[in-house]
Ligand binder design. Structure first.
Ligand code: COA
Length: 185
């Protein structure tokens, strides 16, 4: 697996030392405000392991994000084959989750731009989607900074009760051409 390098970050394979800070993030109510529940350490470790094995098998996935300057793990950003139950599947999704100590510095957008470029250049995918709860405005701002378009095809998450506060989702998309146009402008 090749590490992806950006100006300030590495997107890389997960290390054993990432598991504890990742579990801390996943138990942090601020980071998890728009997820149905906080994760236990074992649930968090299972996700990190799954990311590790998908990157191992495929060469891409939800990468561990590392700050170059301090060699610190700050969260995960990357690509994934969306769950087959999703109304827009099959699709490759892009997603992000950073430790809140590292919000407000452009790191999620920087890592996501590199992930999109990997999807379009290395994987030669035509389109990448992103989705989040309607009330998760911070995540939608990342989508908009990336030049993604709101498809207006909102949906109710199939795993949540329709009355759940997080059930209603937005769906954003970006094509390879739109990404190229964003880079050139
Ligand atoms: C969603 C999430 C990744 C967004 O993180 P973020 O730090 O707000 O997003 P960005 O990386 O795009 O940073 C943008 C901010 O950095 C600021 N910034 C500071 N220095 C910057 C720089 N050098 N370059 C770019 N932006 C910079 C921008 O002005 C902007 O600030 P603002 O929030 O005050 O407007 C983060 O809130 C998160 O991990 N949330 C929890 C998980 C989650 O909800 N994930 C989505 C579920 S689908």
């Amino acid at each position: 697996m090749n590490t992806i390098e950006t100006e300030r970050l590495y997107l890389r394979q997960w290390r054993a030392s990432d598991f504890a800070p990742f579990a801390e993030m996943n138990a942090n109510p601020e980071v998890m405000e728009y997820f149905p529940k906080l994760l236990t350490t074992s649930m968090s470790n299972a996700i990190a392991k799954k990311c590790q094995s998908l990157i191992n098998d495929n060469g891409w996935g939800f990468w561990a994000v590392n700050l170059k300057e301090t060699d610190t793990f700050i969260g995960m950003v990357g690509l994934n084959n969306a769950n087959a139950d999703m109304p827009f599947s099959p699709a490759v999704e892009i997603a992000w989750r950073l430790d809140n100590d590292y919000w407000g510095q452009g790191y999620a957008t920087e890592a996501a731009r590199a992930s999109l470029d990997f999807a379009f250049v290395e994987l030669e995918i035509e389109e990448v989607v992103a989705f989040t709860a309607v009330i998760n405005k911070r995540s939608q701002l990342v989508m908009e900074r990336l030049g993604m378009t709101n498809t207006q095809k909102g949906f109710f998450h199939p795993m949540l009760d329709p009355n759940h506060r997080l059930a209603e989702h937005v769906l954003y998309k970006i094509t390879r051409q739109q990404r190229q146009d964003t880079v050139l402008t």
